[in-house]
Write a protein that binds this ligand. Structure first.
Ligand code: H2U
Ligand code: ZN
Length: 348
């Protein structure tokens, strides 16, 4: 079977799920519009932005005049940290519920309203990495927190409420569904072979080369073999470490470099501030040792063909199985060919 021309399924060993790939369809005519939206220009400071320094937030609190990064408790948290009266599990028949406590925070990457990660100097991105680590340490140390999820929703298309560069942290009493699925697969692999699934995968990708977008001394970015989203990427630590808190100084710099490079390539693809949801998957903070965990981030961008044409997960994909037309290999070629100089750099 030729994976570049013949419909086939690919297996995601991290989730145990399959995805359908239909490379022969990329030949079909496209009748939809292809347009580039007008360039987005924002002021460095927006008096109406609830994330800009010195501004009031909804709910009465104000931000300080911060110079680099700023972290605050989400004013509209999805989770509450207070102990629950009669907490625990509940169930009647096949209906189950359990109480969930947690902590929700917002992390501003920069005081600059008009910046995004690829606009930021590496030293400023490094500060973001350091803040993630501080937050992981502090929140992960709480007795009732078993998992700290750091994630960024970027762009209105992904439902981000504000273009000011920021991410969120939701930390919970239980390990949430997606990391739990991956950790189970990683633990099964580890128990069966005494090896790390992602270390083995990385070695295979480094040998094959065809899905690698770029690499530096400590991180590798690939379009995973089993990618669902057209330009999905996986950012993998080369060293077998479980969490951001395990990163050494030079690895933190390499991570800032990798983040800047992957987001610059994304923006250069369609000459826009490329939307995505991204997040870190790492060791739970449940007090147990997790030799199976391997630090990585997933980038899930919705765009397919242009700045305005997105992929929808609907129909067959919702009811049966995710499907893609362009192969992971051709997406990797596109991203690999992109310049690492931001298309709008000269305009800043
Ligand atoms: P997005 O990452 O989806 O843009 O969400 C930003 C978060 O900011 C959102 O969870 C919070 C919202 O609850 N927020 C505040 O905590 N204070 C505010 O004044 C507005 C928004
Ligand atoms: Zn702002």
């Amino acid at each position: 079977m030729n994976l570049l021309t013949h419909p086939h399924r690919r297996y995601n060993p991290l989730t145990g799920e399959w995805i359908l790939v239909s490379p022969q369809r990329t030949q079909r005519p496209w009748l939809g519009q292809v347009e580039t939206p007008p360039a987005e220009t924002r002021p460095p400071y927006d008096p109406n932005c609830y994330l800009c320094p010195d501004n009031a937030r909804a709910g009465g609190k104000s931000n300080p005049k911060y110079d680099h990064t700023y972290v605050f408790d989400n004013d509209f948290p999805a989770l509450l940290s207070s102990p629950v009266e009669n907490g625990g599990g509940e169930g009647v028949g096949v209906m189950r519920a359990e109480s969930e406590r947690g902590i929700c925070r917002v992390v501003c990457f920069s005081p600059r309203h008009d910046w995004t990660l690829p606009d930021m100097p590496r030293a400023e991105v490094r500060r973001v990495v350091d803040v993630w680590i501080e937050q992981m340490r502090e929140i992960g140390a709480r007795d009732f927190i078993d998992y700290v999820q750091v994630f960024e929703n970027k762009g209105a298309m992904m439902g981000a409420s504000n273009p000011h560069p920021h991410c969120q942290i939701w930390a919970t009493e239980h390990i949430p569904t997606e990391p739990a699925k991956e950790l189970r697969a990683l633990a099964d692999y580890h128990n069966a072979r005494g090896a790390c699934l992602l270390c083995d995968y990385l070695a295979q990708e480094l040998a094959a080369e065809e899905r690698i977008v770029f690499q530096n001394d400590h991180f590798v970015v690939v379009v995973p073999f089993w990618a669902v989203w057209p330009f999905e990427t996986l950012l993998l630590a080369r060293r077998h470490i479980g969490a951001l808190t395990d990163l050494r100084d030079e690895e933190r710099n390499a991570l800032a470099d990798a983040i800047k490079r992957v987001t610059t390539r994304y923006d250069n693809l369609f000459h826009i501030q490329f939307p995505y949801s991204m997040g870190w998957h790492q060791s739970p903070t449940d007090g147990a040792s997790h030799p199976e965990a391997h630090l990585h981030a997933h980038y899930y961008p919705p765009l397919l063909r242009s700045a305005t044409i997105r992929k929808f997960i609907v129909g067959y994909e919702m009811l049966a199985e995710p499907q893609r037309d362009i192969t992971a290999e051709s997406a990797a070629v596109r991203l690999r060919e992109m310049s690492e100089t931001l298309y709008r750099a000269s305009r800043l």
